[in-house]
Write a protein that binds this ligand. Sequence first.
Ligand SMILES: *Cc1c(COP(=O)(O)O)cnc(C)c1O
Length: 394
Amino acid sequence: MTEPEATSTSPSQQTRGLRTGLDRDPAKQSVVPPIHMSTNYTFRGLDGRGEFDYSRSGNPTRALLAEALATLEGGADAVVTASGMAAVTLVVNTFVPAGGRVVAPHDCYGGSWRQLQWLADKGALSVDFVDLTDPEQARRALQSPASLVLLESPSNPLLRLTDIASVSAWAHEAGAVVAVDNTFCSPALQRPLELGADVVLHSTTKFINGHSDVVGGAVIAASAAHAEELAGWANCLGLTGGALDSYLTLRGLRTLDARVRVHWENTQQILDLLREHPAVTAVHHPSLPTHPGHALARRQQPGGFGSLLSFELAGGIDAVRRFCDGLQLLLLAESLGGIESLVCHPASMTHASMPPHVQQAAGITQGLLRMSVGIEGGDDLVADVRAALDRAAQ
Ligand SMILES: *Cc1c(COP(=O)(O)O)cnc(C)c1O
C-alpha cells in the first residue's frame, strides 16, 4: 500500500479508502485511474523486470481495488479473487493443512457449507458445523485444536449475531486462524480485524460492488505475513480476479458509504411497516430491541445494523405466494446488497438444498421471507410492500 498512515489531521480511513487511486496518473493526470487490461508487461532487458509481469500474478487495476479494501477494513493488504467462493477457497487452501480441522457456523452461507462438506467428504479436511452464536457451544467446540475458524455475523437469513471478539480469542487458544465473512455488513458497518480476526473475506458481488453486475471476492489480512501467503496461493491456484471486474468493483465501492446510509433509511421505513402489519407474525432485524443480538450488534457493528431483514407471514406458503405475486417494484431474486430491493424465499431458493429437518433446525420455515432493502425511494418501497402484505393477508 502506498497511502501514508493516517494521522490526526489526515483524512479518515473511509475517505482514503473511497478515494483510492484518484489523481495518481502521472502520464495523463486523469482523475480516475485508467484500467489496465493487458495480460503481460515488458521487461526492459533481462534485468529490467518492472512492478508487474503477468496479470494472474499481479495487475495494476486489481492492485488498486485490493488497496482500497485493505484501507477500509484496516488490514495490511488484500487479495482480490474472482468470486466470493474463490475467496473461501483461498482461505481454506492457505490455512488448512491436509486433514486439518475447520470450525464453521451451522447456518453459514450455503456455498461455504457445500465447499467445506465436499472437502470433508473426500478426506481433505474435517469440519464441525457449530452454532457459534451460542457462547457455550462455541467455547466447547474450540476446546480442541483447529486450523481455521470461519465466522459470519449476522447470519443468513435470521440475522443471528456471533460475538466475533470472544470467539476469535477462543479460536486463537485452539491454534486456529480466524476468518470472518463480512459480506453482509461490509466495512462500512463492521470491521472484524479490529475485533481480533486474522482475515476478512468478502463476496464483493454484494454490497462492495453494490450494483449487481459483477461477481467477485476478496480476502483482507491483518498481517503482512498472512497477506503474502494468501497472495502466493492465489497466484498458485489461479484464483485472482480480472481487471474489468476489479475496475467496476472499485467504481461501485466509491459510493459504499453513501449507499449504506440510504439502505438504512429505507430499512427503518420497511421495519416500521412490517411491525405494524397484521399479516406479519415475526420480524428479524438486529436493530429491534427484541432481537437477541441487539446489544451485541450495537457494540460490534459501529456503522449500523444493516439492510437485510427477514420476516414471517401468518399464512405460510400460500401467503408467501400471494405476497410475491403482489409485488410490483421489489424483485423476487437471490443475492443481496445491490441498489435494487429484493425478496427471497429461503426455503425454496437460497436454502433449498438443505433437507427439511435441517431447515427446521435453522428456523427456516415455509412462511419466512428475506429482504435486501435497496436505495430506491423509501415511500415507493413501503407502498409496494404494503400492497403485497395486504394481498398476503386476504
Ligand atoms: C454470496 C456470498 C458468498 C459467495 O460469493 P460469490 O461471489 O457468489 O461466489 C459467500 N458468503 C456470503 C455471506 C455470501 O452472501
